[in-house]
Design a protein around this ligand. Sequence first.
Ligand code: ZN
Length: 454
Amino acid sequence: MAEKAQHPPGAPRYSDVCFSSRVPHPKDSADTLDTFRAAAQFHATFLNWVYTTDADFIHQAGAQGLKVQITLSPTLPDPSSEPPKRNTGRILNSDGKKVSVPWMKGWQYWWGCVNHPAFRRLWLTYIRNALDAGAHGFQVDDPAFSQIFLRNKWEDVCYCDYCKAKADSLGMAPPEIQAQSVLDFHRWAKAEATTYAGRVVPFSCNNFRGEWELFPFAEFDCGVAELPERRANSEYIYASLRETRRLGKAQVFSFANDRTFLVEKVIATVYACGGNPLVPWDVWMGSGKDRYYGKPEDFAPLFGFARAIEPWLDGYEDAFYANTQDEFRYTDVRKLPVFFGNYRRQVHAFVRARPGESNAPVIIHLVDWEVLTEPFEIFFKDKAFFKKGIGRIELLVPKEYVESEHELAQKNKDYSSLLVRKEMHAGKGNNILKLTVPAIKNSWAVLVLYPKRP
Ligand SMILES: [Zn+2]
């Protein structure tokens, strides 16, 4: 049974296409990249995780129908400093020195103190300027602030005058007040933004690999984070997004890889599990490597498909999950609503339904994790879906890439031409339906199961 999820206000919907340009492009006349052109090529609706204070850029994005999410971080530069300086309201260690994290060694990227009034003013200035320009919400990088130094034992912090005075008044040592101070800071910032904008302003954080346990990720409504390659598999993505939903949160995953097929499978699986994959464009791949810019011919068919199946994504929640490796010895799989026969394949079935609507079509996202895909058989227990059983079954798949079709769909905001629809015929015996699904070319296929008419 699908249960209603409390989707956080302002977070991307299941059918949204999240796109990131870490900095606005073109940066100068030599830059051949163009953020808005690329966003349109992938049918983006959100512009996430952008490092900018450029009001014109934010305004222009809004005018193109993109919801913009501006990035805030503990190393925000002092306003109007050129070249950027990072001295205002910073954390001090017990020797009175400003601090930074090991991966920023030598950059003079000093971290701000959440108790320092000057840093709080700076933070609020960034928020207000972005909201004035039309920003939708914010992404906070490294939201642990001083706690990251304490928990990793990198520095003993914070000994600025404000932390010392606050700790004194509480009869505690300055490091002991940091965790609560960081939480108070994020609550204060969200409340200020909400009052200023006159609406709920969504804040997300960079919750690496989509986890919520590490401090202070649970404080945020939404995560926008990298999915590491070792977690790029269906089982992890499903479990992580199941937990996200259980907590009433939302998750955007960033994943890029040299192997296009792997990126394709992650995109399909994240959508199939109720998350949002970030379009793989402008992604850092490690020091010394070029940034990654995914090509529309590789990935626009999947994102266009997500827009085209909007009615089958929004409002739907997880109801069941099965894969070709389910264990016959432990579970009588023939009693499950969905099962497979062939353990050598790598097909995953994500069943989603509309909570409380027993006659709404049930959706099964099929993601084939094989590189060389083949036709396969899938079985349904008829009565597990609808009282009177399953009637029609439709197969929807992304259409092969044709640039002009994508341009037209984007221009008309009508994406229905970006999918291929096929009526399917299942065999039946013992209240079990057997369906042969043709090889899935672009990793992702959707079955729409309609109830049998009385
Ligand atoms: Zn301090």
